[in-house]
Design a protein around this ligand. Sequence first.
Ligand code: SF4
Length: 437
Amino acid sequence: MEEPKTFFIKTYGCQMNELDSDIMVGQLTKRGLERVEDENGADLLIFNTCSIRDLAERKVMGKIGQLGRVRKRRPIIGVTGCMAMAKKEGIFRKLPHVDFVLGTNNITDLDEVLNDYIQSGRPSIRVDKQFEENLDYLVAKRDSKVKAYVSIIRGCDKFCTYCVVPYTRGPEVSRPPQDIIEEVRKLAAEGYKEITLLGQNVNSYGKDKPEWNCLFHDLLYQLDKIEGIERIRFLTSHPIDITLDLMYAIRDLPSVCEFVHFPIQAGSSRILRKMHRIYSKEEYLEKVHQLKSIVPNAALGTDIIVGFPTETEEEFLETYKVFEDIKYSVAFIFTYSPRQGTPALRWKDDIPEEVKLDRLHRLSDLHKRQVAEQYVGLLGTTREVLVEKRNRNGQLKGRTSCWKKVIFDGPDSLVGSIQKVHLHSFNHETLVGNISL
Ligand code: SF4
């Protein structure tokens, strides 16, 4: 088989997958392949998949399935990411035209797997449970020149009963602080202004390596010193690991943004126990109270699952009440869907779909009203916006430190700079403003 000359990569799911795709793009570019945006012109197709929801999985299975039926020219097809880990050899059985399967812990092996396949023409698979710590993050090729994801910890040890991640990404493995600092220094030298530290649970950082004596807040103090990086964000957090030290770091470090993803998942302590979230509603609310008293302007984000097995209307109303009280800035609300290989699968998925959807819509409507109120409160004020790029309508687009999207008119030269923008209106979830002179 001939060495491929071009590749197309499609990413599904979360920011971790986006970063893994950036790393694979870097690896393939280094190998001499050219990235193309049209899959029909590519010699190699990679689908970096997500398993977190049933719909995400069905979408990608359908997409790859179609390729087996309609394509005349035969590209090499690789499936990577969480679905690769969850289904392993099963992917070859369901999609016999797939040529290689590469798990989330094996992206270092992309070159080898490709070589194996090119030499032998036989399907190749690498799906190790343990993350290979020799991954070269510096090879990543990012689309943005302004903001970058930086991985600091992989895997998860929490085992929430609905979640496949501990099984698809394996146990927590922190990345050495000196490697992270080196990467962020390099990004700063290349002109990047914002970094988002990534992990399934960034606040667990360093707990698996006590000998480093560097927990998440310690890392933030070190990264804040790097000249040129104006903003540091982090995703995602587990409430149990949001410590007072972290709250003080958010308050005291100029580059650390005052936006905290603080996912409660459900507002009923009984459901939280069933989810194995290891905090009660009261403990969660106490942490939010602590954060708000230390960082009064902190904006909060959350993830919610409605319709978890046995969730009653009263228990859903507890979630609704938490929303009314906290007024999240950002909320990702989903209906529960059972996932193969998770402990929750042992419970009957007993909440009818229409009830789940009704709960989702009620909560989404409340959230939309609250966001609109937050936006009304911002009108007439001036906020610092990091300008990221031009949008499709030709306006400049960026975000405030609290992650609010802002658009305004201005020259290209402003991309990559922080501008003071006077906010005068908004549509949907975007604020509109003028540069403040
Ligand atoms: S904390 Fe829970 S929901 Fe988040 S990745 Fe780990 S197991 Fe999944």
